[in-house]
Design a protein around this ligand. Structure first.
Ligand SMILES: [Zn+2]
Length: 135
């Protein structure tokens, strides 16, 4: 069975692993959680056994990775690498929108009428550590 399955990610908490595995299952991906019973019965063992390991069938590996990156708390670039802050090099980057208040929203709608769709400024990234914003 091992050779048909590929490790996607390991989680410290079984609850976390369950949330992610149910997302994958909802997309028709077969999921196998390893060591979940050990960690459920004794959470202190999580570090020792390396957490709950989420396996999927090899054929679903890329689909699973993509699906999980969509709900990743931090943004990934097109190579699935975490986006780093250009200022402090932290990886705690969240997607943010430049439309922050009603005034900018109206400005945005207004610009739509003039077909000046500001795609380039629609999304920005924000560093959770130093609060630096970048595109
Ligand atoms: Zn930063």
């Amino acid at each position: 069975m091992e050779e048909n399955f590929k490790l996607v990610k390991s989680y410290q908490y079984s609850s976390e692993a369950k949330i992610f595995s149910s997302k994958l299952e909802s997309e028709g991906i077969r999921v196998y959680l390893r060591d979940i019973h050990i960690i459920d019965s004794n959470p202190h063992l999580s570090t020792a056994v390396g957490g709950v390991k989420l396996f999927v069938e090899s054929k679903d590996f890329e689909k699973a990775q993509k699906s999980l990156s969509e709900i990743s708390p931090y943004s990934l670039d097109e190579n699935n690498e975490p986006i780093k802050c250009p200022k402090c090099k932290a990886e705690a980057i969240e997607m943010t929108t430049s439309i922050k208040d009603l005034k900018t929203l109206f400005a945005f709608i207004f610009s739509l009428f003039f077909v000046l769709i500001p795609f380039y400024s629609k999304y920005r990234y924000k560093c959770n550590i130093c609060k630096f914003e970048f595109n």
